[in-house]
Design a protein around this ligand. Structure first.
Ligand code: HEC
Ligand SMILES: [Cu+2]
Length: 393
């Protein structure tokens, strides 16, 4: 009876843990609010403005694999079971194999246990029918060579097979030189956004948070960090790989099908770690080439928004952001082709006029603790610089 009761307690605790873990709380923001409140206690901060529009809500749900979230902008569920790239397919197959073997072992072991219980109950019943209090003790067997051999040899074979297959998988995935015909992309992790660089003779292309790749071609990733340890993880395309300051890591993937693949920084890296999302756009090769050509061009110089460009150049924006032909700051995301992206703030705020304006007004309203300050622009300056940035397609 005790056993049954403690079994219930364990099941209840697990269920509670799962419920708490699944609850859609935004821990990072709550934490920041709490830690920002040092003595003396300041007045409660204004409520955090929620980004307008739905891409963020939906993508955020997709990232936590909410099965009820409708597909958005072609982005699929971020499930390791929906592998769309050779490395993730191999990882999934290895996972299934290990799982199948474990189920086999489980069934055999539990089968013997069930058999022993049934035989014990039968023996006791038979004993009671004969009027004896308990069944006689079963025959004790000491040292059976066949059994000893079986339970030494079988597990050894299982472990050996798993080791060999794991080594093969690691050899295929964890390669040290780029696969043939690979496209190299440098991925640099920043608190809390991603920089993607495409080394190219015709001029390096630099973008942020939204990585475009051609389908059917291996993508060789060079992973670096600008500050702390991050981890690149796009579950359907590649396994996790850390970005370590002062050390370069490599990994690769190859998207089978065109579409948007969502990912997430997978190594806690500070306040806004949860909002450090990755969007991989896998394009048909022609569409990818067109995108790359577009990104090579310098920033649009539209005379209609000269005023906004003036604001951009007059304030510190230019110290932190590059717009080719206008500024060369390196601290924040490259904005040369900002308007060609779907999101800002590392994939969690849909890019539209309202969000962009709110972001420039005070980024912390949308992404508490992020490394872009509010430059306290007045309304006219805000409108002008927003209009300017929206021309940078
Ligand atoms: C101190 C450096 C700094 C200054 C000054 C600065 N920014 Fe930023 N900016 C950043 C950083 C860092 C980010 C990335 C924040 C994140 O996503 O966590 C960012 C993000 C952005 C983004 C979103 C880009 C994207 O793709 O996600 C825009 C737009 C932007 N800044 C515009 C501006 C404008 C306009 C100004 C001037 C009014 C400005 N920034 C001033 C550092 C700066
Ligand atoms: Cu992180």
């Amino acid at each position: 009876m005790r056993g049954v009761r403690s079994g219930f307690v364990i099941v209840f605790c697990i269920a509670l843990g799962v419920t708490v873990a699944a609850a859609p709380t935004d821990v990072s923001q709550d934490e920041t609010n709490a830690s920002a409140a040092g003595p003396p206690v300041p007045p409660a901060p204004a409520p955090v403005r929620q980004p307008d529009g739905s891409v963020a809500d939906l993508d955020a749900k997709l990232v936590v694999c909410d099965p009820n979230a409708p597909p958005v902008s072609g982005a699929g569920v971020t499930s390791i079971f929906e592998a769309e790239s050779p490395p993730t397919r191999e990882i999934r197959e290895l996972g299934f194999l290990v799982f199948a073997i474990c189920i086999g072992i489980f069934v055999v072991v539990q089968g013997f246990l069930a058999l022993a219980i049934v035989r014990g109950i039968r023996a006791r019943r038979a004993a009671r029918a004969e009027g004896v209090e308990s069944s006689p003790e079963p025959t004790q067997v000491y040292g059976s060579v066949p059994i000893e051999v079986a339970w030494t040899v079988i597990p050894t074979i299982i472990v050996f097979v798993l080791t060999m297959i794991t080594i093969r998988t690691i050899r295929d995935i964890d390669i040290t030189s780029p696969p043939e015909d690979a496209l190299e992309v440098v991925v640099i992790g920043h608190q809390w956004w991603w920089e993607f660089r495409y080394p190219d003779e015709a001029g390096e292309v630099v973008t942020a948070n939204e990585m475009h790749v051609p389908i059917g071609r291996p993508i060789w990733l060079r992973l670096e960090s600008a500050d702390v340890i991050h981890s690149f993880w796009v579950p359907r395309l590649a396994g996790k790989m850390d970005l370590i300051p002062g050390h370069t890591n490599y990994t690769w993937f190859e998207a089978d099908r065109a579409g948007i693949y969502l990912g997430q920084c997978a190594e806690y890296c500070g306040t806004q770690h949860a909002h450090m999302l990755i969007r991989v756009y896998a394009d048909e090769p022609e569409a990818f080439d067109a995108w790359l050509d577009g990104q090579r061009k310098p920033g649009v110089q539209d005379p209609k928004v000269a005023e906004g460009r003036g604001v951009f150049a007059e304030y510190a924006c230019l110290n932190c952001h590059t717009v080719d032909g206008t500024s060369d700051g390196m601290f924040g995301p490259n904005l040369t082709h900002l308007a060609s992206r779907d999101t800002i703030g590392s994939g969690f705020i849909p890019l539209n006029r309202e969000n962009l304006r709110a972001w420039i007004d005070d980024p912390a309203q949308l992404k508490i603790g992020c490394n872009m300050p509010s430059l306290k622009l007045d309304t006219a300056e805000l409108d002008a610089v927003t209009d300017y940035l929206l021309t940078l397609n």
